[in-house]
Write a protein that binds this ligand. Sequence first.
Ligand SMILES: NC(=O)c1ccc[n+]([C@@H]2O[C@H](COP(=O)([O-])OP(=O)(O)OC[C@H]3O[C@@H](n4cnc5c(N)ncnc54)[C@H](O)[C@@H]3O)[C@@H](O)[C@H]2O)c1
Length: 380
Amino acid sequence: MRHKAKHRGPVVTMLWNTALEVRTRVAVGAGARHKLSSTLAQIGAGKRVLVLCQASTAVHWLRDVLDDLPGEDFKVTTLEVPDGEACKSTDWLIRIWEHLQERGFDRHDTIVALGGGSVSDLAGFAASTYLRGLNLVIVPTSLLAQVDAAIGGKTAVNLPAGKNLAGTYFFPKAVLADQEMLSTVPRKQVMSAIGEILKYAMIEETVAKNSDYEMGPTPLIDVLEKIIKDGFDIEDPGISGLITSCIKMKLYIVARDPREANLRRILNLGHTVGHALEKVGDFKLSHGEAVGIGLVQTTKLSVAQKRIEKAAVERVKEILIRAELPHELPKGSNKEELVSTMAHDKKRHGENIKLVLPHTRLGMVDYEVSYPIADLNKLL
Ligand SMILES: NC(=O)c1ccc[n+]([C@@H]2O[C@H](COP(=O)([O-])OP(=O)(O)OC[C@H]3O[C@@H](n4cnc5c(N)ncnc54)[C@H](O)[C@@H]3O)[C@@H](O)[C@H]2O)c1
């Protein structure tokens, strides 16, 4: 039986235009972590602060960061979550909510993520959901987190069915990226972030053309090449400049297109192949390693489509080789499985997939390519 109301008024349809107010303070450079206390004051944070960290980072940096939060000004608690990806679970999310609730956190209070991308993803999810939003400040301690994960407002936890399946968009109030903190990261892990940094270098000119990002006097790809040739010494002052360029690029892209409707897609250069490699290989390849291979394969496709000179592939490979990163598909890769994984990518639209392809020269891309799913094998 269908229910009928006695009195029926008109159905009112309303349309809101909302704009995402994104305001993030970013400090980059050696010693930036010491700005935590003044940053909390600048964002008008409450007294309660939860510092979320992992053992392998805490052992080097927790004391140092806590010393900057005087007891008379802040009520600080810490919570150590499991190392690496294991912390991005719903179990740990609930434990954080409970921790906040038991200690009376209110909406002015703050979660500080002290760690790599795993911690900032988890902390971001917790901060965005508890009381519908606490302050979030990120002190990214890995190179990948400094140039990528801490910036851009994507938060996530993993579900048994897959990585990053639950997430929110939530922007940190501040990010303090301190190059000194990279000194305790294992070398291989630092170098794997070069896959992402190379991606930024390969999109830089197009980002400058389509956003408020301004290029420096030397293109990022030249700067990166030089720093790698010099051995990528983490104390090289040029590295802070490199980190700053990547952060600025991502901030300007996200400011223009927070929810990946168009320009933000540019950040996916090399990721269609990269994600498939990570997944098919059971995450034995790190994200940066997989993205590096993806950059080579994608540039090769651009050469085949006569978008760019063949020398571009050699240059991309050379940078990866010098950074001791893989530059070709792992031996014995199952190409059928890779193609089928790529075909299920989030960026699929019917029979096509959105692809970002290098165009004209390194630094420039076409980020609006609609590429046939049926031709994905040409990327391998
Ligand atoms: N939200 C985003 O936009 C975004 C973007 C890229 C990656 N991510 C996520 O980031 C995660 C990967 O981040 P990651 O590469 O930083 O790895 P990670 O956070 O898993 O860290 C790897 C290990 O290094 C340790 N570590 C971190 N900093 C250290 C330091 N200074 N000294 C000693 N040890 C340190 C960590 O404790 C951990 O054990 C993934 O979960 C990925 O999904 C998110």
